[in-house]
Design a protein around this ligand. Structure first.
Ligand SMILES: Nc1ncnc2c1ncn2[C@@H]1O[C@H](COP(=O)(O)OP(=O)(O)OP(=O)(O)O)[C@@H](O)[C@H]1O
Ligand SMILES: [Mg+2]
Length: 361
């Protein structure tokens, strides 16, 4: 057996990217993981220098050159590189000086952090939500009890009042108590347990778009649909899913009204896809459905990006800040998660829901 082939096969099995750089920092060898990570083929690589693979990375490249000259090694954590394809990657890497047949070389080992970062982000989102929900539930209970008492007392008082006109005041107390109760109920979220049945995600989206179209009679917003028709039905509560997605689409419509939008045509894209081997929290799902709602509005205001899904966080003067928090708890009840990526001109809310095993084809 040819030992070179065995080593090559072993290197190609690794999840760690391995790059060999010659004395001019030209990649003379890449294993498969490095080819995938840097999005170049082993054939192209020897014609490139490291600066062609990692753009705007002069500082890192200088340090690597220094390691070659001084015959040293080092490790760097969470380095971000821009690739010629435009993609950014965040990696940990180790530089080792080696000498082969009198030629100084650099062995670079690279681990992508995309996967581990995504997991910790999901966990952070889920645990923050659980904490907020507990807090809001406790607070809601404390508010509703005395509120019931205030309302009841105002009603008794109204019956005893000698003068009919004075009931205007007790009516204010009753109406305001009802308004507060309503707000608290919305804060706590859906009281009903979800009623699970087989759901076709596209029927849900069609309901949402027809509701939006009915609300939006000025037609300055174009709704574009990009559906994957092969997505199987799954167990879910269609009414609640409509509510969750409606809240997100409505936000996009409202964002388009902002004076910061510098184009005439607002566009909202609804995209559905299947994805495989996706981790939510720390559970790996074989198959998930992904619904993306993308708009070309002004983007999420910077000051609320970290707390976007919290209740009562709003960037609109007339907003109550509950839409996204309700949407997130509905999607959580379906075992899924909502994430958001936003910049001016492109805001994408991405809903991921696991497809339970029983319903996969
Ligand atoms: N697509 C979007 N583009 C820009 N900003 C957005 C978008 N979606 C949400 N936001 C921002 O996030 C905030 C929170 O949204 P959320 O739906 O939770 O509350 P709200 O819309 O303010 O009030 P409510 O939905 O309860 O009426 C919004 O006020 C808005 O500033
Ligand atoms: Mg909203």
């Amino acid at each position: 057996m040819n030992l070179d082939n065995v080593y090559k096969r072993l290197l190609d099995q690794l999840k760690t990217g391995v790059l060999l750089l010659d004395e001019n920092l030209r990649p003379s060898y890449l294993n498969l993981a490095a080819e995938a990570l840097f999005e170049i083929s082993g054939k192209q690589a020897p014609k490139m220098v490291l600066g062609d693979v990692l753009l705007d990375a002069q500082e890192d490249i200088d340090e690597i050159r220094q390691a070659l000259i001084n015959q040293t090694s080092f490790t760097k954590h969470e380095a971000t590189f821009r690739l010629p394809t435009g993609k950014s990657i965040t990696v940990d890497y180790t530089i080792n000086f080696i000498e082969e047949s009198g030629h100084p070389q650099i062995l670079m080992e690279v681990n992508s952090l995309y996967y581990s970062q995504r997991i910790s982000k999901d966990e952070a989102i889920l645990s923050t939500q659980a904490t907020t929900r507990e807090l809001v539930r406790g607070l809601a209970h404390e508010i509703k009890n005395p509120l019931g008492g205030i309302r009841g007392a105002a009603q008794l008082l109204a019956d005893e009042l000698p003068n009919e006109e004075l009931t205007d005041y007790t009516n204010v107390i009753i109406e305001e108590a009802d308004r507060l109760r309503n707000l608290v109920d919305r804060l706590v979220g859906a009281k009903k347990l979800p009623v699970m049945k087989l759901v076709n995600i596209h029927e849900v989206l069609e309901r949402v778009t027809s509701l939006i179209e009915a609300e939006e009679n000025n037609k300055t917003i174009e709704l574009v649909k990009d559906y994957d028709p092969s997505i199987p039905s799954f167990m879910g509560d269609p009414e609640q899913l409509i509510q969750a997605i409606l809240n997100i689409v409505r936000n996009a419509v409202q964002a388009m009204d902002s004076p910061a939008v510098d184009h005439d045509l607002g566009k909202i894209l609804l995209r559905t896809r299947i994805a495989r081997q996706v981790t939510i929290g720390n559970t790996l799902h074989r198959l998930v459905v992904r619904v993306e709602i993308e708009d070309n509005g002004p983007g999420i205001p910077a000051q609320i990006t970290d707390t976007l899904f919290y209740p009562m966080i709003s960037g609109r003067a007339e907003g109550s800040g509950l839409g996204l928090s309700i949407a997130q708890s509905i999607i959580n009840q379906h075992g899924g998660i909502i994430e958001c990526n936003s910049e001016p001109g492109s805001t994408i809310f991405s809903i991921t829901i696991p497809l339970s095993d029983g319903n996969q084809d």
